[in-house]
Design a protein around this ligand. Sequence first.
Ligand code: SF4
Length: 474
Amino acid sequence: MIDLPELRVPPAVVGATTGGVATGTASAGAATGTADGEVRIGGLGEPGTVLLSGPGPGSGSESLAGHRARWGDLPGATGADVDDLLEASALDGRGGGGFPLARKVAAARDAGTAPVLVVNASESEPASGKDRALCVHRPHLVLDGAALAARALGAGAAAVHLHRGDAGPASALARAVEERRAAGVADPRWVLSHGPGRYVSGESSAVAAYLHDGDARPRFTAVPLAVRGPSGRPTVVTNAETVAHLAVVCRIGPAAWAGLGAAASPGTRLATVTGAVPEPGRVLELGGPPTVGEVLVATGVPAPPAAVLVGGYAGTWIDGAEAWQTPFERSALACLAASPGCGLVGVLPHGACGLTETSRLVRWLAGESAGQCGTCVAGLPRLADGLEALAGGRFHRRGLRRVEALGASLLGSGACGHPDAVVRLVRSTLDVFADDVVRHLAGAPCRGADHPPVLAVPAPFLPTAGPRPPEDFT
Ligand code: SF4
């Protein structure tokens, strides 16, 4: 176990070390309420951080030597040890769905032989930068975690999936793989995969499909990927932040790791803060957890904004004052029908128009579907038309009712969750900006008509190349 003095981890919850693996004492900090409750917020290299601890942003990628100096060698945990760590830590997925990694691993192992492991670092959310930051600055933490997950699965290889064009993470990971090979680290065979940069191409089934046949579109199947993926083999797709946490759990023990968060939300969590903040795109590590207000104060926003978009561009709007007091963790956000998702916190200032912002997001999201279900091909563009008409003051109450009915008809009708997420975004918009809706319906001037766009929307996805075979670091 390594020493993390800046963390001030309570000694009582730091686990004992057996054979290099920090085992912890409580069966689960999450379950037994070992959280120390201390709020920690920090960026890369700042005190109080765990995943982001170490060199600052100007230092580039951490070398294997630097990584080992801080964390020591990867402990010689067996697959059974890793299983225990996953169970005891209650480590949940950090890609959006929040599914416990222990359950995916168990399902894959129970399903048969030759499971496939894919670490999804493709970060499809345009405003999120957490996985990119980890892969660029802490590549060995990601690879350590992937190696541990591979041991738990009994997989001889592990793929790390990126978006094509993500040059920073790709070169940092490739360099890290070479360093590890030269140093003789006992790793699985690494495969670096580079898929298209479309929004839905980062969805789990699309990632698994791309690795199988080069077609990065979501696949609907009633059988979970972890039981049977596109190749017919059990396929575990897990997020880069999730496996980086596993590498930490293995060093400091599940109870100590869980104690860095709350009973219902173990461990720390990465977030990207964007919109009307001094430094849009800043990645922070949150422990405790802090309220959204505490996160915003730390990023230079001193008072509640008009609203906060939580979880991603297809996330949920929350009124600014309400969000300010809400802990940024799964159970508290669920009470507001929201979720941490990919960890995005988007700030809408007073004076901007939430309807206009959302209409731009919905138009972009409609263009980012895989175009293979009628729900997306016909439904989402019509939803975007409706939002634009509402934002532009060209709507009447009957039109609004048609938008609401359209949203209800789209729910649950796609092959993946993309349309559902867009509908939930629209519903939260109509709810949080209800006063603006009334004003727009009455044809009154929009308060934010002249406000510049707040949430940056990328250019529409244009395919630039066909599928490319993954880079196999045999
Ligand atoms: S619902 Fe939309 S994004 Fe999902 S698979 Fe169908 S067309 Fe693609």
